[in-house]
Design a protein around this ligand. Structure first.
Ligand code: GAP
Length: 543
């Protein structure tokens, strides 16, 4: 964590998310299920608005006749909605069956399980005894955890803690100490960790009624992308799209993460918003740059603070064996250590790897080439579909396998980033002019679950009737809430916490001149607008 200020900010965000019905632990009445989250009445609207904004801005709102700024030329966009369970061979050819794993390590004493690459430690010495003290936290939190652990291990009082000799900073266990020397986070003695093991992250299931047969095994998709690749030919044959074009999909993905953590950031069930963009190999680098910059701008357009965002190009040794370029869009989540960023979206240049894999079979790199991986008998290790997924350009009369640029975003991570970014505490005068602390979500109006709230100042004198009339004018056009319960100050506070950008209040003057007060959540500015014009005035502000 970034220290206590950001930790308490994160705690406040998690508490607001629960209290106001944004996000709940899944099956909470049974104690919750680690890595699974439910979206409540406000959360479902926030996430749906986010997905709708993405779909609109990337697909339905895209003008295929124009060349967008920074693009090599015009392009088309279309969409798909594929099944979560696909033919198992798709995962063998894509590489997920053999390669989609993390390394895990168990502690024999505490029975706790860790991701091997998440274990960090530092050497501590006291009176000739040395131990490598481990933690699964990073930054400040990791330093505090290892300090407390070492003090306990050496049997020291707090005032003796300064006598511990520390060597170096937090470093990964791998390459810095043996398992015999390592004191696991929950263990009392070193040497309790098992050998690291591979763990495939795909959830398995069975298809059909016969249980236990090897050949009815299937997988819950760990990404939506493969559904797009296997439908490439269907889309080409049934629509009029021509290369360059993109296919978009939003949907659930599942990964059996070893250590789900940080609220919804690393979940076991989550939603992705993915585009597979098919282009000519010669133009692919230019399209890669276009999509990297276009996706970066999208987060800014929806109001994410630029100061907390980072665009990070992968180093050559970080790239997948098929990728010629990958960039991550990252956000400085408050649960991360100072200077650390968490991935919101990856934009990858995947070359022709995916389409070729589904044609020929699972590919591996051999020298500079991608070749079909073979078994000991020389046959393909995982046989492809054998279908021709190449593209014939009827203008240039050329046939080629398109290259793919993949902007792949997480809807839950984006929702969490927008929630964290919007969370604000300030001080405003209450109805008597006294300063009052308030919590608000400065959500972009496109993302806000409720766009406008209608409030009669008091529950009498014809104000509820006029407010109901106003509510019915607004309701067909936007998400609108009517609230007459409690003091108007409390009602404003409720709407501020929900991120509602505008409130319309019917008061005594309204009864005379049919005007209402329009209050802006962020500036607190209040202006009077004619009731009959309220819909237009709010729509102007939402645009
Ligand atoms: N098709 C490429 C792909 O799936 P990825 O980087 O593994 O790439 C893309 O995932 C995005 O999906 C991530 O940037 C992140 O936003 C989201 N994501 C991945 N794993 C997640 C998890 N366990 N929980 C929540 N979101 C996740």
């Amino acid at each position: 964590m970034t220290g206590s200020a950001d930790q308490s900010r994160m705690d406040a965000i998690v508490s607001l998310a629960k209290r106001r019905g944004f996000i709940f632990p899944s099956s909470e009445i049974y104690g919750g299920l680690n890595g699974f989250w439910d979206y409540g009445p406000l959360g479902v609207e926030l996430k749906r608005n986010l997905k709708n904004a993405w779909w609109h801005d990337m697909v339905t709102g895209h003008d295929e006749l124009a060349t967008p700024s920074g693009a090599p030329g015009p392009y088309e966009m279309t969409g798909l909605d594929c099944t979560i369970i696909m033919h198992p061979q798709a995962w063998r050819c894509s590489g997920h069956f053999d390669l989609f794993h993390d390394w895990l390590i168990d502690c024999r004493e505490s029975k706790r399980r860790y991701r091997y690459d998440h274990l960090l430690g530092r050497w501590a010495g006291y009176r000739g005894r040395r131990v490598f003290v481990l933690t699964d936290a990073s930054g400040e939190e990791g330093l505090t955890a290892t300090a407390a652990k070492a003090q306990k291990f050496f049997g020291l009082r707090a005032k003796q803690a300064g006598e511990i000799e520390w060597e170096g900073d937090l470093v990964p266990l791998a390459g810095h100490a043996s398992r015999e020397e390592a004191l696991a986070p929950e263990a009392s003695e070193p040497g309790t960790l098992t050998e690291p093991r591979e763990f495939n992250l795909m959830f398995e299931t069975r298809v059909g009624a016969v249980a236990g047969e090897a050949d009815n095994r299937a997988f819950l998709r760990p990404e939506t992308a493969q559904g797009i690749f296997v439908n490439f030919k269907n889309v080409l044959d049934t629509s009029r799209v021509r290369v360059p074009f993109g296919i978009a999909q939003i949907g659930k993905s599942f990964r059996n993460e070893i250590t789900p953590r940080n609220f919804t950031f690393r979940s076991r069930e989550f939603e992705q918003m993915e585009i597979e963009f098919f282009c000519r190999p010669a133009d692919s680098q230019a399209w890669y740059r276009y999509w990297r910059d276009r996706r970066w701008r999208w987060y800014l357009e929806l109001g994410l603070s630029e100061g907390r965002l980072q665009l990070r190009e992968h180093e050559a040794d970080e790239l997948s064996h098929y990728s010629c370029g990958t960039a991550d869009i990252e956000y400085a989540f408050p649960f991360l250590a100072e200077g650390e960023f968490g991935e919101l979206e990856g934009i990858a240049h995947r070359g022709d790897f995916d389409l070729r894999s589904h044609m020929e079979g699972k590919l591996v790199r051999s020298g500079g080439e991608l070749v079909v991986e073979t078994d000991e008998t020389g046959k393909p290790r995982h046989r492809g579909s054998g279908r021709d997924l190449s593209y014939f350009d009827d203008v240039s009369r050329e046939r080629f396998v398109p290259h793919v640029i993949e902007p792949s975003a997480g809807a839950d991570r984006a929702a969490l980033a927008f929630l964290c970014d919007a969370y604000t505490e300030d001080e405003v005068p209450d109805e008597h002019g006294k300063p009052r602390r308030r919590t608000l979500l400065k959500l972009h109006p496109r993302l806000a679950p409720v766009k406008v709230a209608v409030l009669p100042l008091v529950k009498k004198d014809g104000m509820p009737e006029m407010a109901t009339e106003l509510y019915r004018l607004l309701k067909p056009h936007m998400a609108c809430q009517y609230d007459e319960k409690g003091s108007v100050g409390r009602r404003y506070a409720r709407q501020d916490e929900a991120g509602t950008p505008f409130c319309l209040t019917v008061d005594g003057a309204s009864l005379g001149d049919r005007t209402v007060t329009l209050r802006d959540r962020d500036s607190l500015e209040q202006v009077r607008v004619p009731l009959e014009e309220a819909v237009d005035r709010i729509r102007e502000r939402l645009a």
